[in-house]
Design a protein around this ligand. Structure first.
Ligand SMILES: [Zn+2]
Length: 304
């Protein structure tokens, strides 16, 4: 009897030990699983950027420039087209889910770039308005004066662009690379901006031409990019071979209107862009051109 009882006790003890051992193995396995990322040697890749959430769109504004940088609920605008296209531009932003604008940067004081500013500032709250230095501008500054008042009255910041200014637009990083305000030509005074999304670089040059391009080269500015918004709507006066050799864009976006009076883009600029290995995309032919990054690969879609 006592032996049987002792056997039972031994059996129970063994069972208990077995359960404890199994539990310890489970706990150990879970602990090792938790530690695994610390010893993960997989290559470092950029976080996946979802196309529908994070993108840079060159919007078709006819003969002019207007771009939307959007990351989730955070938006930035670089230029906003002509005054006559302002209502359509605002409508487009609303359709794309823009509710307020964290940063609006206007490359220079020409109305094919900042003509929509009054309408945009009336339709959306703008946290930061970034302007070129208007003190030596050769063009009327009424529109930008009005917009500055609208933005500052609503509590937004109004700043004159300086090299190195940085704006966090969700997953998009936006940096002012340079601005050559000493230049007498309004186009050559354009603010040059770099936007980075998912490890890809987008260069916005406004209407800067060969003069500003040479200055950027001489100043040793790193303007290497994946997507170039070709300067001055593809004018022959911009996108020099020397500039493109350092720029090495995979894509060149030309923002221009069909049948425009300036005959943009010019053949000479197109040839130089093609020779530099860039795939050319035009808003007059494709409509809105939207870039996104998927699994570290740059992709685009177009919509007329
Ligand atoms: Zn222009």
């Amino acid at each position: 009897m006592s032996r049987s009882k002792s056997d039972k006790q031994t059996l129970l003890m063994m069972l208990l030990v077995a359960i404890i051992v199994v539990l310890l193995i489970i706990i150990l396995a879970l602990a090792l699983k938790k530690q695994k990322p610390k010893t993960d040697n997989s290559p470092k890749v950029q976080p996946t950027v979802l196309a529908e959430n994070d993108y840079i769109a060159f919007l078709d504004v006819g003969q002019g420039d207007g771009a939307l940088l959007k990351s989730g609920d955070t938006s930035a605008v670089i230029d906003n087209g002509r005054p006559e296209g302002a209502a359509a531009f605002c409508e487009k932003l609303k359709n794309l889910g823009v509710s307020n604008i964290k940063t609006m940067l206007l490359t220079h004081n020409h109305d094919d770039h900042m003509g929509g500013s009054e309408a945009v500032s009336n339709a959306f709250d703008i946290n930061n308005l970034i302007l070129p230095d208007l003190s030596k501008s050769g063009s009327p500054t009424r529109i930008l004066g009005t917009v500055s008042n609208t933005v500052s009255s609503a509590g937004g910041n109004v700043q004159t662009a300086k090299s190195g200014m940085f704006y966090d637009i969700g997953n998009i990083k936006m940096t002012v690379l340079c601005c050559y305000y000493q230049n007498s030509d309004e186009n050559e005074r354009s603010i040059i901006t770099l936007a980075e999304l998912g490890g890809k670089r987008f260069l916005f040059t406004g209407d800067a031409g060969k003069q500003a391009e040479s200055q950027m080269i001489n100043d040793g500015i790193d303007f290497d990019c994946d997507v170039l918004k070709a300067g001055h709507h593809g004018s022959r006066g911009a996108s020099s071979a020397q500039f493109l050799a350092l720029c090495t864009p995979e894509y060149a976006v030309i923002s221009c209107g069909a049948g425009n009076q300036y005959k943009h883009p010019h053949e000479e600029a197109l040839s130089r862009l093609i020779n530099a290995g860039a795939e050319i995309l035009r808003t007059d032919q494709s409509g809105d051109i939207t870039f996104y990054v998927l699994e570290s690969i740059l992709k685009y879609k177009t919509q007329k």
